[in-house]
Design a protein around this ligand. Sequence first.
Ligand code: SF4
Length: 379
Amino acid sequence: MKYIDEFRDGALAQTLAGKIAAAAADGRRYSLMEFCGGHTHAISRFGLADLLPENVRMVHGPGCPVCVLPIGRIDMAIELALEHGVILCTYGDTLRVPASAGLSLMKARAGVGERRADIRMVYSTLDALQIAREQPQREVVFFAIGFETTTPPTALAIQQAQREQLANFSVLCCHVLTPAAIRSILDSPAAGQPAAPSIDGIVGPAHVSTVIGTRPYEFVSTQYRKPVVIAGFEPLDVMQAILMLLRQLNEGRAEVENEFARAVSREGNLKAQQRMAEVFELRPEFEWRGLSLLADSALRIRPEYAGFDAERRFRLEYRAVPDNKACECGAILRGLKRPQDCRIFGSVCTPQNPVGACMVSSEGACAAHYSYGRYRDKD
Ligand code: SF4
């Protein structure tokens, strides 16, 4: 198949649904986690859950970059823009994530009292670099979020800034790592933490895996004895991955398989990995929304590039802030609850007025369910 509509072919989807139904053994339940928000979006948008037999259940995972960003990190970005007067550049979805005191980056841009933050939406790190070149008298900070997909462009921007000696450019680095999040979901909970639901297999990330390859997921099969199938974001990709997971489970196999072979290899993009390794190192720990503090789960800028590290440059300190009490994002990101389990879903919390991060991005489980699934709740 070559074109995108071929991966959305309804007749082929029905054929795959028939194969999944035939593969789902009577008397057995299959609980599969789609790690990525991209898969969550596809499942909601194309109604894939309706094509699955009753004993095959999809559980949303934490793979939405905006959703896992804790409030304290947004607060740091707002502090940069309001207290330090920098031009803060970031990707569009990040602007609407709720922060402390009823703020968000977008609201800070609109004005807080007399102060108005200079916050700009960019499409790439190159846009942020260009703003820094054009305004040498201003400090420009790129607020970098996301998994391994968006990390290489941030590394390139920092290296480019160093080459150009752009002294007014720096990065607030909040990049996080997929394998650590998967491990956290599969591990036994820490004392006082609720246990995640038992997951039989994982539909693994598409875009992230183009960078890191399939090798970093092998611990899931060797240490946890669970199958993983890396899958593209089109509906037939997801259906095929579900079928592959069911077949593994039925045959007692726990392997890393690659449905997205048209873009992903076992080794991944070695050049991108090298750039990441040159610029970033592991943070000892990082707080994730919903997953709490995870060791070695995020990146920070290496000392060699300290001049481009906004945390060092502006002496920022991270302060953990609890989520809105009514918001169930944390439980949803661990697969413990569904969007419709939140009592303010679709009433107080909507995409126009998000209370939690899962309602912000189209990849967020709450936003996806709001856009494509909420009317089914009334059946
Ligand atoms: S509906 Fe809104 S408040 Fe409820 S869990 Fe989702 S994002 Fe949080």
